[in-house]
Design a protein around this ligand. Structure first.
Ligand code: ASP
Length: 442
């Protein structure tokens, strides 16, 4: 029997109408047995997430300001769901217990976790599935890392083949106290549940139909990527795409489980399928899977005669950055020069020290700092071993008058990354999209 682990994010559970959709989706496929839920999220743009309201209650209590009003908003959000969906669950006693706990002192993590806890209680009652508390399934070590073995064993023991609902976002410490993951952590809970049970697929239901090929703020109506490998996804997210957290992807990737991003508001859309490999036979209209990029880089270019023929020189150039924990993002090199690309925000405050150390340690012919650089990457598994791809890309950019300041390509040819002045950022993305993606859409 196949098992599908399905996680629904906050926007997919924000109110009763979304809860109804959620129920339809889960029950329309008997394999959707393991359900992980977030706390209700925003219903509209300026709305509040339940998790934020819970943190806010805690802050009010901490500073001695009454929290009744905010608490009331939280109660009414859950009641709207329970009432309109006809869920017979005793919310009143849960809320009076929670209020008592807030008044007598509750940790910020435990308080925040109640959003997912109550969401899962309602969801379980609504679906007729078993509720399993994450405090008994997800275990942290004292240093805050996950105790994976204990977690996987507990999830495997809890799963009996019947439908189960698990609250996302939290687990427990060795002393039993509640601890949350970082924000958005229900994705991690879902991935852990999928990995522990070696699910056939991990469906992550959200409010978009997958990962878009490019940023919709820059290009008009970009389609979603239908298939992407885990490697490509990592490349895209490093270059700047807003995709799922690395910790959430890792457990399913490690166990070779496909991850399918789906849209609760458009359930028939197949969304984006993320897998380790799609085999050779796939055909796709474009050699680019996705385009991403970000602004805010600076390049420190060191020119030194004999750079490429002097052992140890490169290490001396890198060391001043490492000493100050400034992460090096790209490092394109020429024969006698090398450029070290770092995030301006990270390097800020250290640049003078780094440069003076380079002056003393490397005795360069010159050092130049170039600020306001944007980095753009075209990512695609179909680019590897394909002739002329970079030529085509740079020809198009050249035609549109973009001045390219840096070019780099990973040895596995999964990406082509280039740097431009920040003012050319949006245009470069549009050129890539218009020339190599848009025209090719069916
Ligand atoms: N509710 C939590 C948050 O808002 C966790 C999640 O939704 O994944 O961050």
């Amino acid at each position: 029997m196949m098992i599908k682990t399905v996680k629904f994010g906050g926007s997919s559970l924000s109110d009763s109408s979304h809860f109804k959709q959620f129920k339809n989706i889960v029950l329309s496929d008997g394999q959707r047995k393991v359900v992980v839920v977030s706390a209700p999220g925003k219903r509209f743009k300026d709305d509040h997430k339940i998790t934020d309201l819970l943190y806010l209650c805690g802050a009010h209590k901490q500073y001695g300001v009454g929290f009744d009003e905010i608490f009331g908003i939280i109660v009414s959000r859950y009641k709207e769901i329970a009432d309109n969906c006809g869920i017979g669950f005793d919310l009143d006693s849960e809320f009076s217990e929670l209020k008592r706990k807030i008044s007598s002192g509750i940790s910020a993590d435990e308080l925040a976790s109640r959003g997912e806890y109550l969401s899962a209680k309602l969801a379980a009652a609504y679906l007729g599935y078993e509720f399993h508390d994450s405090a008994d399934l997800i275990f942290f070590n004292y240093d805050g890392t996950l105790d994976k073995e204990k977690t996987y064993k507990a999830i495997q023991r809890a799963y009996t083949g019947r439908g189960m609902v698990i609250p996302g976002f939290y687990g427990s410490m060795p002393n039993g106290s509640i601890r949350t993951f970082t924000r958005g952590g229900s994705d991690i809970t879902g991935a852990l549940a999928a990995a522990a049970l070696t699910a056939d697929v991990y469906e992550n239901w959200t409010d978009v139909s997958g990962i878009l090929i490019a940023d919709p703020k820059i290009v008009k109506n970009p389609p979603a990527i239908s298939h992407i490998t885990y490697n490509e996804l990592r490349e895209l997210s490093f270059i700047g795409a807003q995709v799922m957290h690395e910790d959430a992807v890792f457990p399913v990737r490690e166990t070779n489980i496909p991850l399918n991003i789906r849209n609760t508001n458009d359930p028939s859309n197949p969304g984006t399928m993320i897998m380790e490999d799609f085999g050779k036979e796939e055909s796709s209209p474009s050699f680019i899977t996705g385009i991403a990029g970000k602004k805010g880089f600076c390049a420190v270019t060191v020119v030194k005669n004999g750079l490429s023929s002097t052992p140890g020189l490169l290490r001396k150039i890198i060391e001043p950055f490492e000493k100050r924990s400034v992460n090096i993002c790209f490092i394109p090199a020429g024969i006698d020069s090398v450029s070290v690309f770092v995030s301006s925000a990270q390097a800020e405050g250290f640049l003078y020290d780094i440069i003076s150390e380079l002056q003393k340690g490397v005795l360069p012919n010159s050092i130049r700092v170039t600020e306001h650089i944007a980095v753009i990457g075209a990512v695609g598994r179909r680019m590897a071993n394909k002739l002329g791809v970079s030529g085509k890309i740079f020809a198009e950019l050249g035609k549109s008058g973009v001045n390219i300041r840096m070019i780099t390509q990973g040895p596995d040819e999964l990406n082509i990354i280039f740097g431009v002045e920040e003012k050319d950022f949006e245009q470069s993305i549009r050129v890539l999209y218009d020339s190599f993606v848009k025209e090719k859409q069916p």
